[in-house]
Design a protein around this ligand. Structure first.
Ligand code: RAM
Length: 530
């Protein structure tokens, strides 16, 4: 497994702006709770090397709220519940016994899976690059039966397996009831409906995107409710865009903006992600592209909410990120990509990030300029215009290959999707050139594959921006649509239709299958196709 390049800052400092943090805390949402129960039990079947769930028995909920199925299990027996859809919340089990009085504790394992793979794959053999503690699995002893067991952790799952490790020869464990109290800060009553008559394929793509966003909307916008359960800038940017056209929770975005602005890193750099527990704390991971995206999120937030006060208050933080970004460029305004901090772009470990990082810089410089214009700060706008010109001209000189008619990146002059996408999004080339680049990519492909829906999202954005709306739609239908065909109730963190086992970390068991940065179809559909 290649090592993940998430550099931590040496001599890390957190610079707190208490007033900003207080503003963020005042916007902390009340979570909406709902109790749900499983719809059926399933068994696992293998399909092309991956586990799928097959219906075993439907479960009715009786008038008194109890379940029609009360599995009776002894050593080695198991049951897999299917809650029918992805859920995020707290699980309660009501247990009793059958046979003689229980003369030994009930000892069982619980496993939760957003997808059937996580139930089927062996957790013990996981040896990937991030912690196995993310695997949603517990082993419990219950000394006294009957019992009501409230699990303290929050789980993200659709499937839940109970595997009895032991009871005693004298009694069986009976599962009387299982329920999940789901939590979200997304209010379905505020969800904007799609117009009557929308193409059913789009309705489905949108529905899964909305559900993905809903389950990631908690106390902050989380990247994934299974993992990392944290506020990450890159994810926030895309989920905020979907949120403006769906649940319209402006305060949650505002809260996240103030959290990032109120908890800065060394040099007042905006951090890549932050923790809300046990206390508010910026992580010590520093990311080049993610820091710059603070500017994008702020501008998008203003455009959606028209909250001028926030724009004004946070603009200096955004401008500063641009200055820090420019410090990592050479005399021609070209991104050095010298490893000072991590430029993410996508989970393709082979990718050279120089050109894509340059694209992100120009893209956000333009947004910073727009902020300055809205605020009437002419001097700032002119200064930014100068940087945009320098960085664009430098990029064309150093990163554009006129023969190949592609952007190249780094010492090996690597040609990748990511470089083309971000330089196009930055508006570094005319629309006709952009179109030509993208059509050639669509036709010929590229060896530096896109791994995450996050980069696929930007590919779609680049197609739309370049006037290739129809191509963007069919691309979206093919990629996200195939994810649905492969069983997605919510969109995955990583997905490659040609390699369904793809994982940035070494195993599907650790992947997140409800991941914020993948919810984009709901944004594209609502903004461009209805
Ligand atoms: C992972 C998370 C998150 C992403 C970062 C870069 O840890 O999946 O969503 O933003 O990587």
């Amino acid at each position: 497994m290649p090592k993940i390049m998430m550099n931590s800052i040496e001599n890390f400092e957190q610079h707190v702006n208490a007033a900003f943090v207080a503003k963020a805390e005042a916007l902390k949402p009340e979570l909406i709770r709902k109790t749900i129960r499983p719809l059926r039990t399933v068994r696992l079947a293998e399909d092309r090397g991956l586990y799928q769930a097959e219906v075993q028995e439907d479960i009715r909920q009786e008038a008194d709220g109890t379940l029609s199925l009360k599995p009776r299990l002894r050593k080695g027996n198991s049951v897999i519940y299917d809650f029918g859809d992805h859920c995020v919340g707290y699980v309660t089990l009501k247990l009793s016994s059958a046979g003689s009085p229980p003369d030994a504790p009930a000892y069982f394992r619980l496993k939760f899976g957003e997808m059937p793979y996580e139930i089927g794959l062996d957790s013990e053999s996981y040896d990937g690059s991030i912690s196995s503690s993310w695997i949603q699995e517990e082993v419990l002893h219950v000394d006294v039966l009957p019992a009501e067991v409230h699990l303290p952790r929050r789980y993200a799952f659709r499937y839940m397996e109970v595997l009895v490790k032991d009871t005693s020869p004298k009694y069986d464990l009976v599962i009387e009831d299982v329920s999940c109290e789901t939590v979200t800060s997304a209010d379905r009553d505020r969800l904007l409906p799609l117009p009557e008559g929308t193409d059913p394929a789009l309705v489905l793509l949108d529905k899964v995107g909305v559900k993905t966003l809903e389950d990631c909307m908690q106390d902050v916008f989380e990247d994934g409710p299974k993992r990392d359960r944290r506020l990450w800038i890159g994810d926030l940017r895309l989920q905020a865009q979907v949120n403006y056209l769906t649940f319209r929770n402006y305060d949650l975005v505002k809260r996240c903006l103030y959290l990032f602005a109120g908890l800065l890193q060394n040099e007042d750099h905006v951090g890549a992600c932050l923790f809300t527990e046990p206390k508010l704390q910026i992580d010590d991971t520093s990311m080049y592209d993610y820091g710059l995206f603070f500017t994008s999120i702020l501008l998008d937030y203003y455009e959606a909410s028209k909250d001028l006060g926030t724009l004004k208050e946070l603009a200096p933080v955004a401008y500063h990120q641009e200055e820090l970004g420019l410090e990592q460029t050479d005399e021609d305004g070209v991104y050095l990509n010298d490893g000072r901090n991590w430029c993410f772009i996508d989970w393709n470990h082979e990718l050279d990030k120089q050109a894509s990082g340059q694209g992100v810089l120009i893209y956000t410089l333009k947004q910073a300029k727009k902020i300055a214009e809205i605020l009437g700060d002419r001097e700032k706008a002119e200064e930014l215009a100068g940087s945009i010109e320098k960085c664009t001209e430098g990029a064309i000189r150093k990163l554009w290959d006129p023969e190949k008619r592609f952007f190249v990146s780094g010492p090996t002059k690597q040609i990748s999707y990511a470089s083309q996408i971000w330089m196009i999004l930055a508006g570094a080339v005319e629309q006709e050139t952009a179109k030509d680049i993208l059509l050639r990519l669509l036709r010929d492909g590229n060896e530096y594959t896109m791994i995450t829906p996050y980069i696929h999202h930007h590919f779609v954005a680049a197609l739309i921006q370049s006037g290739l709306k129809a191509e963007a739609l069919s691309y979206m239908k093919a990629y996200w649509g195939q994810m649905i065909a492969d069983g997605a109730d919510t969109y995955f963190e990583a997905y490659d239709p040609k390699n369904r086992s793809v994982s940035p970390y070494g195993s599907l068991i650790i992947n997140s299958f409800c991941h914020a940065w993948s919810c984009g179809p709901a944004y594209f559909i609502r903004k461009y196709y209805i």
